[in-house]
Design a protein around this ligand. Structure first.
Ligand code: UDX
Length: 438
């Protein structure tokens, strides 16, 4: 099929490559000249394991091409996926839908009568109906608009796109259902559930799923707060409750909390939309979810101060700065906020991260960084593990111990082998745990 993907950020670039991998002829549209030129040369503007090689491969087959704007060739597509961002609006909790609106209005000037427009961006419930009104008015006919949310995770984005848990589609008409089934046919053939829903439900599935995941993480982090004052261990607690299949053991990893471009902004956007709809109280608990999450960052800043007397003038090394491993995404990263706050209090921060130091230099130029892990910890008064990259879990604590000034580590993700670090002479402090250091 002929497919156009509009917006080549994280979601759009992955989706375009995934569609080409399925054998479709894909045109990706991206107005940003830097992103466009990088992608056209087979270079991903962000870190995502496996996607770079898949991009090069699909470009070489000729199945994937990129353009700055619609033209007659892209207008002949059978399906258009809108993948532009919906960031948090400055000074507000609400999602900024202006990019989605302008992408839809622009497309309405080009889209064919039989083509389907499938929105993938995460939007406040009710957005698709509003877009359809605007598109119909511009196109002069009934545009086949559908909502088809995406659940990919950074770090496993291509795999999640090609082998999703489910495909969710909200439609106003049956023609759209058929075209969407056709485009996903190779995935559906392997038995992936296809959920045909009304449009508002499809819009809500995405925010509801992210709200649930955020709630799970904040639940265990709330338990960590209780554990910290009662001598309990939140890691052992999570394991024990997780054996109950109704609870499950996933997304109960306690630590410095969630960040990234989705969970924080999606729960805030959800609260703002619910308020507009007059049901703010129904999701008021998400305010707590957000606050518990942000309090974990306060906790690390306060632990660092307690540990160092005061942080001013002290050398602190942050291991990992992205919001999660296998990603260079710094959006709302807990590790980044903690590093910036400690630096603002007068500490000398050195950041190590396997892939995020280039984006870090433009995002937080006040933070020093070091590509070599051993150099990064040299003479540190305190080491904080901010992102659970594999290499930090596997590093030899004895080797690091010879380089630091003081062997104290705050494990912000509860991934270090405490006994091993303690044997190497380290004082290990972890969130939600009362670790006895000899
Ligand atoms: C999330 C959703 O998982 C995905 O379905 C949606 O499409 C986009 O948003 P992503 O932001 O890539 O994906 O990351 P995710 O793996 O969900 O992790 C989010 C944050 O939660 C990370 O900062 C991670 O470190 C943190 N987290 C995750 C925890 O603190 N504890 C956990 O148990 C799990």
């Amino acid at each position: 099929m002929k497919v156009t993907v509009i917006g080549l950020g994280y979601l759009g670039a992955t989706h375009a490559v995934a569609m080409a991998e399925l054998g479709h002829e894909v045109i990706g549209i991206e107005p940003d000249p830097r992103k466009l030129s990088a992608l056209s040369q087979g270079v991903l503007p962000f870190h995502e394991p496996g996607l770079d090689t898949a991009l090069t491969k699909t470009l070489a087959t000729g199945k994937l091409t990129f353009k700055a704007a619609h033209d007659a060739e892209s207008a002949a597509s059978e399906i258009f996926f809108i993948c532009v961002g919906t960031p948090q609006r400055a000074g507000s909790d609400a999602a900024d839908t202006s990019y989605v609106i302008s992408a839809a209005e622009d497309l309405a000037r080009w889209v064919g009568r039989d083509a389907v427009v499938a929105g993938k961006s995460t939007v406040p419930v009710g957005t698709a109906a509003e877009l359809k009104k605007r598109m119909d008015a511009i196109a002069g006919f009934d545009v086949h608009l559908a909502w088809n949310p995406e659940f990919l995770r950074e770090g496993t984005a291509l795999e999640d796109s090609l082998r999703p848990d489910r495909i969710v589609v909200g439609t106003f008409d049956q023609h759209s259902v058929q075209v969407i089934k056709n485009v996903y046919a190779p995935i559906l053939e392997s038995g992936t559930p296809f959920l045909e829903l009304d449009v508002p439900t499809a819009e809500l599935v995405k925010v509801a799923a992210n709200a649930f995941l955020a709630t799970k993480i904040s639940f265990i982090n709330a338990m960590a707060e209780v554990a910290e004052v009662s001598g309990a261990d939140a890691v052992a607690l999570a394991k024990a409750i997780g054996y109950d299949e109704r609870i499950g053991n996933k997304f109960l990893r306690t630590g410095i909390g969630f960040g990234g471009g989705c969970l924080p902004k999606d729960i805030r956007g959800f609260m703002a939309r619910a308020d507009e709809l007059g049901v703010g109280s129904a999701v008021e608990f998400l305010r707590n979810v957000d606050q518990v999450n942000l309090r974990r960052r306060d906790r690390v800043v306060s632990l660092a101060n307690t540990e160092l007397g005061e942080v001013s003038g002290k050398a602190i090394t942050m291991l990992g700065i992205s919001f999660k491993p296998d990603s260079d995404d710094l959006r709302d990263s807990p590790a980044l906020e903690i590093a910036q706050r400690l630096q603002a209090q007068g500490a000398h921060l050195t950041v190590h991260d396997p892939v995020s130091l280039v984006p870090l230099a433009s995002r937080a130029p006040e933070l020093s960084s070091e590509q070599d892990l051993m150099a990064a910890v040299k003479s540190a008064d305190l080491v904080i593990l901010g992102t659970e990259w594999k290499q930090y879990r596997e590093v030899d604590p004895a080797e690091l111990g010879e380089l630091v000034k003081t062997k104290t580590v705050i494990d912000g993700r509860n991934v270090l082998d405490v006994a091993r670090w303690q044997q190497a002479g380290w004082k290990v402090i972890a969130l939600g745990r009362n670790i006895q250091n000899g």
